[in-house]
Design a protein. Sequence first.
Length: 200
Amino acid sequence: MIKKLTIFFTLVLVSNLVIAQASEGRVKLDKTEEPAIVMVYDYPADIVNNAFVAKFADRQVKGTPNKDFTFYANAILEEVSKSRLDYYLKLEETGKKGEEKTSAYLVMRGAGEIEGVGELGSRSKAFMEKMVEDVKRSNSINEIKKQEAVLVQEEETLAELRKAQKDLEDKLAAHQTKMEAQQKIIASQKAILDDLKNSL
């Protein structure tokens, strides 16, 4: 039984690793088919994009839109190469709401001597695979922001209810004052009536 469980968990682990593996592919860039590193993330494109934006921002690099791609110019990603390269990132989202997947295509271009050019493919795959953690963090941050927005909205609703309650309490207090004044008027008028009756 233990052996069967071990095999089962091993198969689950291997299948998860297979799902989370980057591969080599091709993507159209500037009207030509370019070699690209492809990775599928189990999150919407905006979550994946935020993770890559943050990663490049850590390297003081800001991306610029370039048709279907985001262009990160003259960047150093030590995980890939210590040389400056141009990185092109394309994201394609598929799947229905709540089950989105995003295919990320990473194209690298460089000139002159490129450090570790022979390992560029394997290192860029490892980089894309390690980005899974950044994407998860990006999703967590997004969920926190959404929850904070919900909390703010609920707090505003409570504040409105408290204000409405105070308004009602003020109206009730004013109404109580009017009732007490009216009771005094009635008592006064009753006393007059009693005096009139007694004078007969």
